[in-house]
Design a binder for this molecule. Structure first.
Ligand code: GDP
Ligand code: MG
Length: 302
């Protein structure tokens, strides 16, 4: 009982970090979460996938979503990406839009602003990299941006040096609602990209097959490799079923079914990750995987 009373003013919620590549989203997330972030992103400048980072404080829990998969440039601004971006905004309580103090004006920022017109959630404008400019240059940026949209707050920070980040966290706490601890305290990120990719594939299996197959299927991502020089991610995944007959259905006549699953899953994964994907799918019969605790853990079902 006493425990619950203490919890009543606990705040929590989801905050999405958006902004053009290089704005400093990953740097900010690293700083917010502390050293352990190395687990999330060993190569910060090449992060391409949505990353969830959890900040635990005595007063509450803030769950940050770094969405670098959304590339705000005309040629890459596909419908699918807009859909992903907007879906993300609907999930969150607050959006933090990062711009750079040393280059506040560019087409990508205009596109983000355009997109934000359809967002009803509170948006905080974060002016990052203030260490690169003199104070006198900040005010005009703040004035101009405040005319473009009613921002909840405009907060200048340096994600590199940590300046202003406490102010940002304090402002977030003001906006966030009272809520539960969504994740355990020792957790700083959620499921891996691998798990999400596996779920996309499984979703296509479910959509394209019938009867017992959807329930007998598990997907395991065996390989997930970034080929940086080619801006490509190579993914190899195994679709597990319980019987030979199911395997035959999944592969289909002349491999058509598997090809279709692969095509649809790849499109979705590419939209989600924001890069080209080479997806290789295999079907494997593994009897009773559903009863095998080891298999379940491996597949991310615990
Ligand atoms: P992202 O693409 O938005 O995730 O941007 P990153 O976090 O990868 O940062 C891009 C580059 O900007 C990196 O070289 C960072 O070191 C640099 N950077 C990020 N924040 C700051 C800042 O506050 N000041 C300065 N000077 N550089 C920063
Ligand atoms: Mg990044």
């Amino acid at each position: 009982m006493a425990e619950e009373e203490k919890r009543t003013d606990f705040k929590s919620g989801f905050v999405s970090l958006i902004g053009r590549p290089n704005a400093g989203k990953s740097t900010l997330l690293n700083l917010l979460l502390g050293e352990k972030i190395a687990i999330i992103s060993p190569k910060p400048q090449t992060t391409r996938n949505r990353i969830l980072g959890i900040k635990n404080l005595p007063a509450g829990q803030i769950v940050f979503l770094d969405t670098p998969g959304i590339h705000y440039s005309r040629n890459r601004f596909s419908q699918a990406m807009v859909k992903v971006a907007l879906a993300t905004f609907q999930e969150v309580d607050v959006v933090c839009f990062l711009i750079e103090a040393d280059r506040p004006d560019n087409e990508e920022n205009d596109l983000v602003l355009e997109d934000l017109k359809r967002v009803s959630k509170p948006v905080i404008l974060v002016i990052n990299k203030i260490d690169l400019v003199s104070k006198s240059r900040l005010l005009p940026i703040m004035e101009r941006y405040s005319q473009l949209r009613a921002f909840e707050q405009i907060i200048p920070i340096s994600a590199l040096l940590g300046d202003g980040v406490d102010v940002l966290v304090a402002e977030l706490f003001k906006i966030l609602p009272q809520g539960p601890k969504f994740f355990p305290e020792d957790m700083i990120t959620d499921l891996s990209e691998r798990f999400l990719v596996a779920e996309f594939i499984r979703e296509k299996v479910i959509q394209l097959t019938r009867e017992e197959i959807p329930y007998s299927t598990a997907v395991e991502v065996e390989e997930f490799n970034e080929r940086q020089e080619k801006n490509l991610i190579v993914i190899k995944a195994i679709i597990q079923v319980e019987r030979d007959s199911q395997k035959r259905i999944l592969i289909g006549e002349k491999g058509r079914m598997l090809k279709e699953i692969g095509r649809l899953a790849r499109e979705e994964i590419e939209a989600f990750l924001g890069v080209r994907v080479f997806l290789e799918l295999w079907v494997k019969v593994e009897k009773n995987w559903r009863e095998d605790p080891q298999a379940l853990r491996r597949l991310g079902y615990r």
